[in-house]
Design a protein around this ligand. Structure first.
Ligand SMILES: [Zn+2]
Length: 606
């Protein structure tokens, strides 16, 4: 079955994106020209406004922001091009050199423009409020207002500049070293030297012995680098503690919450709601143990496929396209219309290629271009949902760029998944409704549940790990590998309860997760986003067609207001603590549905 899947072609092999909206290749001389022009533009901007920002009147402020929009759009085009190109062939040294050059260039531009936001925050509250109330500035009101939330934590311009400059050889350098180190790790699988990604993939195999060996190989490989990995985690935790202290943030998560525009109390309520519903996880894994016919589930059984012939369902690229566009069209013709452009105008890169990055993403790019979708399409039902997911991001970015421009199009992490997960749900329900076979429906449901768990419960348990090690590093000093292991095992065991037996060997498995280092505090945003969508989906079911235009408006609002105010338009109250439990109830209902379906399909196992 595995061999057959490899031989099958999906029709996605030639679905390659067209990046010519930016440049005609890594060596296009237009890029160098643009960089030089942009340099001049930035210097002119600084000459015109430096030292004056806090005194600008409303009209001057509009002019300044419009100039900034042009600058960010132009530099965003260069950045998007370099990173999109690199993602399709990470082994290409020309692409690698380009992305490094563009990263350094971007840091230089940001450094030169830093003064604008810093000086704006230096304006007195009264002056600032007067400007914010001026109707001339209505389009940029939220951008300016939101910027001031950093005011209490801001340092002097020279300090801010130093932090940006030193981060290239500090934080960023350590994160890059971590990426190189973990990419170079080889796990010894039956004498074969395989990458971590390849070894992790084996945890999804049906054969238990394969999973057990892959699991042991990963543990051994990570232990072999424990000294380096522990050191990197310690350095970056201490680096963050130093930054937070200097800026006087009250806790390790405060800066992330501020960036997410999520009040601390809302985040605490989310964590509280999820951790007190870990029982939902245990229920699913107890059922999984029965279905797998095992006495006990261990860490290497977590991703075992259910013994259900789900692996056979296969969708060609054209079928996937039709399924997604139809499901979107039934929800909102506007959704389908935008999504169709991704296919028709080559905004998607779909095939699996040797040195291509793994996974999938949508790059929003800038208003003068359009979003791009990146996939590794293999024709599995899961791939169809991923396509819907990334196109959802694409629609969100498209609508927000059109309505808000560059300062209002990039939503914070917490609401960034609204359209993507929603689009995925539309397609999921469609595929479920179409599937006549109860066994296949059970397989799909189980997969959906595990996907939601990965997004909600696993991320919150990882947030508990982050909370544990940042707090410990701040109070106990440098942490040993064993201390990290302890925190990891405690937080992971709490989630699985008695349903999965996590052995001590699993202790070192925190050490390869890049999010902890590259974006501290990031992980809870996934849970936030998914639970939000589960609740929104309930609203759609209750209200039907009247919900649709409101939701489209919410998406088009992008980052033009505080999330809680944007969401109030569809009747969601993020500050209501019960709201989070509603999302979890939807998930519990899915697990109950799964239990019933399992008893119906396999009465002999119960
Ligand atoms: Zn996403």
């Amino acid at each position: 079955m595995v061999e057959a899947a490899v031989e099958r072609t999906t029709g996605a092999e030639n679905v390659i994106w067209d990046l010519s909206v930016f440049y005609n290749g890594a060596d296009d001389p237009a890029m160098q020209r643009d960089m030089e022009q942009l340099d001049t533009q930035v210097d002119e901007f600084a000459a015109a406004y430096r030292g004056r920002v806090a005194q600008l009147d409303a009209e001057e402020m509009v002019d300044a922001i419009k100039a900034l929009e042009t600058i960010y759009d132009r530099s965003g085009r260069i950045g998007a091009f370099a990173s999109l190109l690199y993602s399709t062939d990470t082994a290409n040294p020309q692409y690698g050199a380009l992305i490094q050059k563009v990263t350094e260039y971007g840091a230089m531009i940001n450094q030169k423009l830093l003064f604008f936001e810093l000086e704006w925050n230096e304006a007195g509250d009264e002056t600032a409020q007067k400007l914010l109330n001026d109707p001339t500035l209505a389009d940029y009101r939220h951008y300016l207002e939101a910027e001031r939330r950093y005011k209490p934590y801001q340092l002097s311009e020279i300090e801010e500049q130093l932090l940006v400059e030193k981060s290239v050889t500090g934080r960023s350098a350590w994160v890059r070293f971590f990426t190189q180190l973990t990419s170079a790790i080889r796990a010894d699988y039956d004498g074969q030297q395989i990458t971590l990604t390849q070894a992790l993939t084996k945890l999804h195999e049906a054969d238990r012995e394969t999973r057990r060996k892959a699991n042991a190989a990963i543990t051994t490989a990570l232990r072999g680098k424990a000294m380096e990995l522990t050191y990197i985690f310690n350095v970056l935790a201490a680096d963050k503690a130093a930054d937070d202290k200097r800026r006087e943030y009250p806790g390790w998560i405060s800066s992330r919450n501020l960036a997410n525009k999520a009040p601390d109390a809302v985040v605490e309520a989310l964590i509280q709601a999820v951790t007190s519903n870990y029982e939902i996880v245990a229920r699913h894994y107890r059922l999984k143990r029965v279905l797998l016919g095992l006495d006990e589930l261990t860490e290497y059984d977590r991703y075992a496929p259910l013994p259900i012939p789900e692996g056979d369902t296969f969708y060609t690229w054209d079928e996937a396209r039709e399924i997604v566009l139809k499901a979107f069209d039934a929800f909102s013709p506007r959704f389908a219309e935008i999504a169709a452009r991704f296919f028709d105008e080559s905004w998607i890169h779909a095939p699996v290629l040797p040195n291509k990055r793994g996974g999938a993403f949508c790059h929003p790019a800038v208003p003068s271009a359009h979003p791009y979708v990146f996939l590794n399409y293999e024709g599995k039902p899961h791939d169809v949902m991923t396509l819907a997911h990334e196109l959802g991001h694409g629609i969100h970015g498209y609508l927000a760029a059109e309505a808000q421009g560059i300062f209002g199009m990039y939503t914070p992490l917490t609401t960034a998944e609204m359209a993507s997960t929603f689009g995925e749900m539309l397609v999921f329900n469609d595929l479920m409704a179409k599937e006549p076979d109860a066994e296949a429906r059970l397989a799909m449901l189980a997969q959906k549940i595990e996907d939601s768990f990965a997004t909600i419960f696993r991320q919150v348990s990882m947030n508990r790990f982050e909370d544990g090690f940042h707090t410990a590093r701040r109070s106990e000093g440098e942490l040993t590998t064993e201390r990290f292991n302890d925190i990891w095992l405690t937080t992971q065991r709490a989630m699985f309860g008695d349903s999965v037996n996590l052995s001590g060997d699993y202790g070192i498995w925190w050490s390869y997760v890049p999010h902890f280092l590259s974006t501290p505090g990031y992980v809870y945003a996934y849970a936030f986003g998914e639970l939000l969508v589960l609740a929104l989906f309930n609203l759609y079911r209750e209200r039907g067609a009247s919900f649709v235009p409101l939701f489209v408006d919410v998406l088009a609002a992008g980052d033009s207001n505080w999330p809680e105010q944007i969401l109030a338009k569809v009747g969601v109250d993020l500050t209501d603590l019960n709201f989070w439990n509603e999302g979890l109830n939807t998930l519990r209902a899915l697990v109950e549905q799964e239990e019933q379906l399992a008893r119906q399909v396999y009465p002999e196992k119960f």
